[in-house]
Design a protein around this ligand. Structure first.
Ligand code: UDP
Length: 349
């Protein structure tokens, strides 16, 4: 099968590409490297079934061509990370809304199955955990930049579901809950890579607020498995499905676990939200997925324990710091034949 992955050089996208290539599929990967990076996919260049295009989704001619060549479109390109969203709301809204619109429009012309990545952020301030897919979305005011992410992703969902209802385009929408693992960068504010980096450096672990807010962290391998199972069943078409692990931890508890598992003596530092993000910033207190629907549709639920997830991130970051190629994370050595790899790069930059 041929899969087009938008955002394929991103954190989840690169793990997905890796998995598909390992099992023998062909991957067309489109990424403008805004938050993704070549480092995430360099180890995949050894596959002659991998073709990457460093282009934005606004390149509609290229997008149309790649959709044409694909059997399934996995749309993961998006502006992510609360820090990025708070700092660049225009980019967030435009990337998320226009990008999804372009992908759906191109896919509809050829009637190709589209997987659209959404986020648990859409549940907003709903306090009724665990979150079921049909729960109300409780967003804050438009004057608070954070909510632009949830609103833009909710619009993506409406758009995808409308393409299904009105035009019969097969779509699957999944809401990812705090997906973490090797290769995730702390640059956009994500908490686990931040804490691990701080612990390894001996720097204070920066807990925002009082640390009593909670999250559920899902190993990226489980997230990829959930995604692949969903696109493998007709029962998921036209559905919105949570993909997450329901093991809940407070952020203060996470900081303690990271300290313990790294053996770090870093102190924990509490930073008020308005200093960490912006004045008046609103956080979600708890965020727990119901995975009943995922399990009912696919027979699968993410189960990797948090301790194991943390250990994988610690090993990855430690090896990266030591300058070694982090082979332990499915990162096979890059082929030394640069010329041969270049043939498969059909980038138009
Ligand atoms: N957080 C934190 N320290 C950090 C980064 C994030 O305490 O260095 C908090 C953040 O305020 C939120 C939680 O950790 O309550 C998860 O943040 P992240 O950005 O990883 O994901 P979110 O769940 O907000 O999308």
């Amino acid at each position: 099968m041929v899969y087009l992955i938008t955002g394929g050089a991103g954190f989840i996208g690169s793990h997905l590409a890796e998995r598909l290539l390992e099992r023998g599929d062909t991957v067309l990967l489109m990424d403008n490297l805004s938050t993704g990076s070549m480092e995430n996919i360099r180890h995949l260049k050894k596959y002659d079934r991998m073709h990457y295009f460093l282009e934005p989704l606004e390149n509609r001619h290229l997008l149309a061509e790649l959709v044409d060549e694909s059997d399934v479109i996995l749309h993961l390109a998006a502006a992510v990370g609360v820090k990025l969203i708070v700092e660049s709301p225009v980019r967030t809204i435009e990337t998320n809304v226009n990008g999804t619109q372009s992908v759906l429009e191109a896919a509809a012309r050829k009637r190709k199955l589209v997987f659209t990545a959404s986020t648990s952020e859409v549940y907003g301030k709903n306090t009724n955990v665990p979150f079921h897919e049909d729960a109300d979305l409780v967003l804050g005011p438009t004057t608070k930049g954070r909510w632009s992410y949830a609103a833009s992703k909710a619009l993506d969902e409406f758009l995808a579901l409308s393409y299904w209802k009105e035009k019969g385009l097969p779509v699957v929408v999944a809401r990812f809950f705090n997906t973490v693992g090797p290769r995730q960068t702390g640059r956009y504010g994500m908490v686990l890579p931040n804490f691990v980096g701080q612990a390894l450096e001996g720097a204070p672990l920066t807990v925002y607020g009082n640390g009593q807010q909670s999250r559920c962290f899902c190993d990226v391998r489980d997230a990829v498995e959930g995604l692949l199972r969903l696109i493998g069943t007709d029962k998921a078409i036209g559905e919105v499905v949570n993909i997450g692990n329901d093991e809940e931890v407070t952020i203060e508890g996470l900081a303690r676990m990271v300290k313990e598992r790294t053996g770090s003596s870093s102190p924990i530092e509490y930073i008020p939200y308005d200093q960490a993000y912006e004045p008046g910033f609103e956080d979600m207190f708890r965020r727990v997925p119901s995975v009943a629907k995922l399990e009912r549709l696919t027979g699968f639920r993410p189960r990797t324990p948090l301790a194991q997830i943390i250990d994988r991130v610690v090993s990855y970051q430690s090896e990266k710091r030591a300058g070694a190629a982090p082979l332990a994370f499915d990162m096979a050595p890059v082929k030394s034949d640069g010329g041969a790899q270049a043939e498969h790069v059909r980038s138009r930059t």
